[in-house]
Design a protein around this ligand. Structure first.
Ligand SMILES: C[S@@+](CC[C@H](N)C(=O)[O-])C[C@H]1O[C@@H](n2cnc3c(N)ncnc32)[C@H](O)[C@@H]1O
Length: 200
């Protein structure tokens, strides 16, 4: 188990996430080039079948509509506006990292530009391992942009490579996954870093 330093998961804004995410933000959190890079990456790793988009909003960045897409996030209006979603779940993963789904319910899980906000990410990744079918992929992407008051301090103190190492350690510590693969994806705009791991 990784020994995260004291204060690593602290955040400047300790207020309720429900309040922060109350107003819908129907915006792009990364630029067009980075969005294209995320879509190409999800295509490459194969985001198919029954898909869970964790910490989702009005767009899931998938080029191809999967068989079934469940989106989970904090804001009902954002999730309602997601044109690919088949099922929508409003849930605060910092209040409770448990996922409201059965074991082996999904083929693929994704989390786009959001893992930095989790205060119990290892617990959430362990839950993703539980809800993924064997051979399924959990793919996470992130950039260097965020809501800084809501990101954990350990994330804010790291650079892109350090953040890739942080996400890989979350997945290793969660258990249930093969060795994570981290990579920088080609983007002429905002940087795109990706980490994925396959459910054993
Ligand atoms: C920067 S946005 C990214 C949204 C979307 N994934 C995208 O790529 O555009 C961060 C998202 O994380 C979600 N989020 C933040 N804190 C969360 C929490 N505690 N539990 C569940 N979702 C959360 C919010 O609903 C918000 O839509």
């Amino acid at each position: 188990m990784t020994d995260y330093p004291p204060g690593f998961f602290d955040r400047a804004d300790t207020g309720d996430d429900a309040r922060f995410y109350g107003p819908p933000r129907l915006v792009q959190h990364i630029d067009d080039e980075a969005i294209a890079a995320v879509g190409a990456y999800y295509d490459e790793v194969g985001v198919t079948g029954d898909v869970l988009d964790l910490m989702s909003s009005w767009v899931s960045h998938l080029r191809t509509r999967p068989r079934h897409l469940t989106v989970l996030g904090m804001n009902a209006a954002e999730l309602e506006a997601n044109p690919m979603a088949d099922a929508r779940v409003v849930r605060d993963l910092n209040a409770d990292p448990a996922l409201p789904f059965g074991d082996a319910a999904f083929d693929t899980a994704i989390c786009t530009v959001s893992v930095d906000y989790l205060v119990a990410p290892v617990g959430v990744c362990a839950e993703v391992a539980r809800v993924l079918r064997p051979g399924g992929t959990f793919a996470l992407t992130f950039s260097n942009r965020c809501f800084p008051t809501k990101a954990v301090r350990g994330w804010l103190a790291a650079d892109d490579e350090g953040r890739a190492a942080i996400v890989a350690s979350y997945l290793r510590d969660a258990g249930g996954f093969d060795e994570p693969v981290a990579q920088r994806r080609p983007s002429r705009g905002d940087p795109v870093i990706a980490v994925h791991a396959v459910r054993r």
